[in-house]
Every structure is written in structure tokens, then in C-alpha cells.
Design a protein around this ligand. Structure first.
Ligand code: ZN
Ligand code: ZN
Ligand code: ZN
Length: 385
């Protein structure tokens, strides 16, 4: 079993943690469900299923559903017989779950409710397709609620093996940024630069690229721009926001901003304010402070410099199996930070029609502060114009 350990620092074929990790997660999920007054959690394929049993099954029209009774009794997996083999990589057999496989013609929603009291108070994974939610709700006799409130308590706080995975992901994406001069060149299109970055994301240890933003010149002012046929020009400011998963499925996400040639003074001055805002937010992250106070730490620096209007989004998002998950670093989120929380700190400034800049690191809250997963220099990196 030790061969499956995810904490070794090795990447490659380790696609999940030891079964013991999932046994603990299932037990805690049941405990939290009980505290919420629920009878069961119903989890279809998606990040929650991956978190709970190490399965990367996909959702299809035939129902696959993990049933976790809140009373702590053994969980069941309802699965089409033809999908059974696909669960082989998960921890399901080692965990000794009840496997309720079904063949076409059987009502799989009955298989779910047969295991529950009636009416049952249930919560469903937020990735459950409406295709399954509606017939399931019909069969349950009582409408389910979202399991997000239960599962975020678990998923939000990373254990040592998860933090190790995030650290490896951070180091891998840092290596891609370190090579940016190879990819980002005047005369290439954003799409060409993006394709080269995508290959490097895999070369440096990710299993794939989850997203690639190459926002050059005016495109940099659109925070969620991807790539286009725009040709990189001398004088462009270019926002590069990239990431993807490393095994066993934890994501990187890092932004650096580049200048094709020496930047004009106004750009350099505004960028310096952004860099101070990002530093202040990282310095503010520690246990006990609220998520919104981290947003405010970055925002107040920009507001004081007259750049508040240019910062049009929240400061960050949690990250793990999903690129965007709890906790959100946003005004109004009074949740107190605790050790093990992992999230981005990514203030940006955007000047529509002209240029934009963003600096993004992932940090993990420690006992007395936070540990950045990304350590590339934060300044505006000047590449040959
Ligand atoms: Zn985003
Ligand atoms: Zn990003
Ligand atoms: Zn991000």
C-alpha cells in the first residue's frame, strides 16, 4: 500500500493517495453530514468523488453515485456494470465499499433510495447533472440540498500530502515561467506562444494544461482573455496566467507579467503599486484573519494610489483538485483562515483598450503566516523588444 503514497514527492504514475487517506475523508464527511442533520451524501463523478475515493470517473447518462450514510455505516457506490472496470484506479475496492452495480433496464435511482430511510434528508455534489438530480429528487421524496457546505469544510483544508502536491505543482509552473523567454517573442501570435507554453507545462511535470492566458497589449486588460491571433509587438505588456494539474490531481495557477522591451515610466510606476499590493496581501495571510482582510490588504494599496477602479475582481480563490474552490478571497467573506488553506493572491490592474497586469501566487496558510507555492521574481520581467 505504501507504493501508493502521495507524500513521497515523486510524480508520474501516482494517481491517488493511500486508501487510508480516503477512509479518513469518508468518515469525516459522514460526521459533518450528521452535524448538518443529513441522512446521507450523494456524490456523482466530479472533484468531490475524486476527493472522497480517488476516482476520476466521468458523468454519463447512466448514473454513478457514491452514497455516504451519515450514520457512519459502510458507503455504497451505485455504478453501471459497464463502468465498473473504470473504478479500478480508485480506492473503492480497498475501502470495502458496497458495490451496487446495475444493468440497463434497472432504475438506478431506486438503488440509491433503497439504502436510505424515507423521506431521506440528503445533500448532493454540486457537480451532479440535472439529468440525474431531477429523477433522484423525485425518488427521494424530499428535495436534496447542496453538499458544498459539508465538503468545503474538508476540501478547503489541505493535509500534508495535498500541500506537497501543491508545492510540486507550484515548482512546475515556476519552471515554465522561468523559460518564458523561449516562448514569448515579438512577431509570434498569442496562440503560437500559448501552444509553446502548453507543451512546456507538460514537459515540466503537469499531466496537462488546464488554462493558458496570453493577454498581450490591450488583451491584457481582459482578465479572462485566453489566446488569439494577435501578434506580439515591441512595447507590449503581456499577462501570462497558466496552470494545470500534477498527480494526484492538484493544480498550479500562476501569473506573471512581461514587457516586450523597457516599459514606459507610467507602466513601471503603476506596476510597482500592483507589486506592493500583492506583497501586502501575502504578508497579511495568517491564521485567524478573515479571507476578506486579505482582499482588503491588496485593494487598499491600489485604492490609496488611485488605482482602485482598475482592480475589477476579487483577490483570490482556493485551489486544489479544482482550480477555483473555497475559500474565496473576496469582500464579504468573513471566514477565518486556518492552517492548510490554499488559495491564490492575484491582484490585477486593467486599463481597457490599453494594457493590464496581474501578479498571482498560490499560498498555503501555515501556523504563523503563509508559504508561497510560487517563488518566481514578482517584478515586471523585461524580455527583448
Ligand atoms: Zn479567474
Ligand atoms: Zn491564474
Ligand atoms: Zn487564479
Amino acid at each position: 500500500m505504501a507504493s501508493r503514497a502521495g507524500s513521497s514527492g515523486a510524480s508520474g504514475s501516482v494517481t491517488r493517495f493511500d486508501a487510508q487517506v480516503y477512509a479518513t475523508r469518508l468518515r469525516r464527511a459522514a460526521e459533518l453530514a450528521r452535524v448538518e442533520g443529513l441522512d446521507a451524501l450523494l456524490i456523482t463523478p466530479g472533484p468531490d468523488l475524486q476527493y472522497l475515493v480517488g476516482s476520476r470517473a466521468q458523468s454519463f447518462e447512466r448514473l454513478t453515485c457514491l452514497v455516504i450514510p451519515a450514520d457512519g455505516s459502510t458507503a455504497s457506490i451505485v455504478v453501471p456494470r459497464l463502468e465498473l472496470a473504470g473504478l479500478g484506479e480508485s480506492a473503492i475496492s480497498e475501502l470495502g465499499l458496497n458495490v451496487r452495480d446495475w444493468v440497463d433496464g434497472v432504475n438506478p435511482y431506486r438503488l440509491v433510495t433503497d439504502a436510505l430511510p424515507s423521506p431521506a434528508r440528503t445533500a448532493v455534489a454540486d457537480a451532479m447533472p440535472a439529468l440525474h438530480l431531477v429523477p433522484l429528487a423525485d425518488q427521494l421524496g424530499a428535495p436534496p440540498i447542496l453538499a458544498t457546505s459539508v465538503l468545503r469544510e474538508l476540501r478547503m483544508i489541505k493535509d500534508i500530502a495535498e500541500i506537497d502536491a501543491l508545492r510540486r505543482a507550484g515548482a512546475a509552473i515556476d519552471r515554465v515561467h522561468a523559460r518564458m523567454g523561449e516562448f514569448l517573442k515579438v512577431g509570434r501570435t498569442e496562440a503560437e506562444v500559448g501552444a509553446a507554453i502548453g507543451a512546456a507545462i507538460v514537459e515540466e511535470g503537469h499531466t496537462g494544461a488546464e488554462f493558458i492566458i496570453v493577454g498581450s497589449g490591450p488583451h491584457g486588460a481582459d482578465p479572462h482573455h485566453e489566446v488569439s491571433d494577435r501578434v506580439i509587438e515591441t512595447g507590449d505588456i503581456v499577462v501570462i496566467d497558466i496552470g494545470g494539474p500534477v498527480e494526484p490531481g492538484y493544480n498550479s495557477d500562476s501569473t506573471r507579467t512581461y514587457s516586450m522591451g523597457e516599459p514606459p515610466t507610467e507602466v513601471a510606476e503603476r506596476y510597482a503599486v500592483l507589486q506592493r499590493a500583492q506583497e501586502q496581501a501575502v504578508a497579511a495571510a495568517r491564521p485567524g484573519v478573515s479571507a476578506e482582510s486579505i482582499d482588503n490588504a491588496a485593494r487598499s494599496v491600489l485604492v490609496d494610489a488611485g488605482l482602485g477602479e482598475a482592480f475589477v475582481h476579487r483577490t483570490g480563490h482556493g485551489i486544489g483538485i479544482s482550480v477555483h474552490e473555497e475559500p474565496y478571497i473576496v469582500a464579504g467573506n468573513t471566514m477565518a483562515l486556518v492552517p492548510g488553506m490554499a488559495f491564490s493572491i492575484e491582484p490585477g490592474i486593467y486599463f481597457p483598450g490599453s494594457w493590464g497586469a496581474r501578479i498571482e501566487d498560490i499560498v498555503v496558510v501555515t501556523e504563523d503566516g503563509c508559504e508561497p507555492m510560487n517563488t518566481r521574481p514578482h517584478g515586471l520581467t523585461v524580455l527583448p523588444g
